[in-house]
Design a protein around this ligand. Sequence first.
Ligand code: DAH
Length: 351
Amino acid sequence: MPSFEDAKKEFRAALAGAQDAPALEAVRIAFLGRKGRLGALMAEVAAQPEAERAAAGRAANEAKAEMERAFAAARAALDERESAAREEREWIDVTEPGQWPAAGHLHPVSAAIAEITDIFSTVGFTRVRAPEIDWDWYAFEALNMPKDHPARDDWETFFVAETRTQSAQGAKGKVVLTPHTTNVQVRALEKGVLPLRLININRVYRRQSDVTHTPMFHQFEGLMVDKNLTIGDLKGVLEHFVRAYFGPARAARLRPHHFRFTEPSFEIDISCDLCGGRGGSCRVCKSGWLELGGAGMVHPNVLKSGGVDPDVYTGFAFGWGVERTLTMRQGMAIDDIRILYRDDLRFVEQF
Ligand code: DAH
C-alpha cells in the first residue's frame, strides 16, 4: 500500500514552511505536479495486487483531495498575508497636508496686458489682433503719414526684406515690423462693420535701446468709431482706464499735441504719484504730471483710407506703451526699463 499518510504529513510540513509565493509554488510542483510525489504514489496504485487496488485507489483520491484543499488554504492564507502587508506599506493618509508644486506666475508685462484688456472690456472694447509684421500701408501710409515722415526712415523702423509679398508691394508698400499698434485702425475699418469698439495689444518694434526704451515693447491701441462721438467720449473712456488701473487718487488730463492720424490730437498725462500732482521741485515730474500716451479724434483721411465716410462717422483713438504704463503705476521704481526683458528671476519674482 503506497504511504499516503507520510506524503500528506510531509506535504503539510512543507506548506507550513513556505513563506512566500515562489516557495509555495515549489511545494506545489514537488507534491502535486506532473512528476510530483502524488503522481508517483498514484502510479504505485496501479501496481497493487488486484484485491487491494480499489482500496488503494480510494485512499489515493482522498489524499489527493485533501492535499489540494490544504494547498488552496495555504495559498489563500498567503494571499491574505501579502495583501495585509501591502496595505500597511502603501497606506496613504488622505488628511495629510499636500505638497504644493512650485507654481510660477505671469510675467509683469503679461499680467498688465491681461489687466488692461479687462479694464477696457468692462466698457465694451473687444480685443482684436493685428499683424506684427505688416505693410507700410497699414503702419504709415493709410494713417495719413507723409512719405518723408521720420518714422518711415530706416533709422527708426525695422523693414523686412520680404520677397513673397513682392506682388502686393505695389499697392501696400514695404513690409515693416510694426512700430506702433495703430496699424489696427485701417485694418479694422476696412472690414466695414460699424460701429466698432476695439482694443489691439501687441508687440511693436523700434530701433532704440536705453534706460527708457527697448527695441521690442508692447502697446495698446483703442479705437471707437460711431456716429456723433466727441472728445468728451474719449475723455470718459480714458478717465475710466486711469481710475481703474492707477487708482482713484490719480487724475488724467488731455494736453493738445500733434499726430498725423488724429485731429485734434492730445497727449494724455496722469498726475504724478510721487508729489501728488504738486510738481515744483519733484524730481520725477517737475510739473505735477507724467506723460502717458497719445490720443485724438480719428483723422478724416484715416476714416477714408478704411472706406468710412467721415461726414457720417466720427471716431476716437488712443495708444501707448504697456511697459511705460506698468512702470508708472504707484510703487514701481524702475530705473532701467530693460530689466523687464533680462529674464532675471530676482526681478520677476517680486511681482
Ligand atoms: N501710435 C502713436 C505712437 O506710437 C500713439 C498714438 C497716438 C496712438 C495717438 C493713437 C493716437 O491711436 O490717437 O506714438
